[in-house]
Design a protein around this ligand. Sequence first.
Ligand code: F6P
Length: 341
Amino acid sequence: MRIGVLTSGGDCPGLNAVIRSVVHRAVTEHEDTVVGVEDGFLGLIEGRARPLALDAVTGILTRGGTILGSARVARDRMHEAVGDAGRLADAVGIDALIAIGGEGTLTAARMFSEAGLPVVAVPKTIDNDIDATDVTFGHNTAVTVATEAIDRLKTTAESHQRVMVVELMGRHTGWITLHAGMAGGAHGILIPERPFDVETVCCMVEERFSRGKKFAIVAVAEGAQPAPGTMRFAHGGTDAFGHQTFGGIGSRLAGEIAQWIDKESKPVILGHIQRGGTPTAQDRVLATRFGWHAVEAVHKGAYGHMTALRGTEIHFVPIADAVAQLKTVPEDRWTEAEAVL
Ligand code: F6P
């Protein structure tokens, strides 16, 4: 069989581990030919692909990013390509496709699958916002990086009696901020799922200093929103692909805190550092397992399905179940975090 593999959307630590695992399982167990499609669906549309033999994936397990490259495709262009799915697959010489990506990629994978292209999807995102799987690879790495940043900020904040506002990734969901905030012992955790009152945040910080504490750390997700009727703040605009853009909440909040109490308050925007570099051991293992099972899914004909972690086992779930809604932080998980703030 000739299996295509592509990585699409924002990159994420662990993509190369999936590609490596797909090649190993497909070539050694099934004697398949694996074709790496370059730059996600853009490469499929433009007919850019290269053979991936075992040699091509040597040494990539620990590498961040993706050896295949990734790109975003405008909606109109994607819809047009879906109508041409069979010809595009023939052009790059594949019988089936393994598409690795986040919400947008899964939606495209579903459309291609419904158009008759045999597609199996593998979910990825540092944000952990894909429904139907307990977790996505990349998230553990992002949380580890963010937690280390909080740990480091604590010592310098304490030396200078400062407030540090750490802005973390997460446009619509606060998983990274929740987990890194808990693991790093942040004093405030602000996530998109729970609009915040800036006065409450400022009072919390003020009260900490009045108890003789020497610093405060506030972890805020890039998509966190002030509650209606409180601080006025508008998140960015839209990018070239029609997605809402975010940014600025960390700086704004640091400014508000500095005005409220007579302490220095500094924003730290962690940004793409959370996405770069080598994946953690946990992410390497999950990515490798997903790759293995994706090849099995192809050979079982489980097209239109996605690999998903449920407990400790990998299942195949309909892609449609994964894209129906985003997996947001539920109330009970917030309650557990709140108890230690
Ligand atoms: O979806 C993953 C993510 O890392 C978000 O948390 C972040 O907002 C976004 O991608 C940024 O993506 P880019 O800068 O590549 O457009």
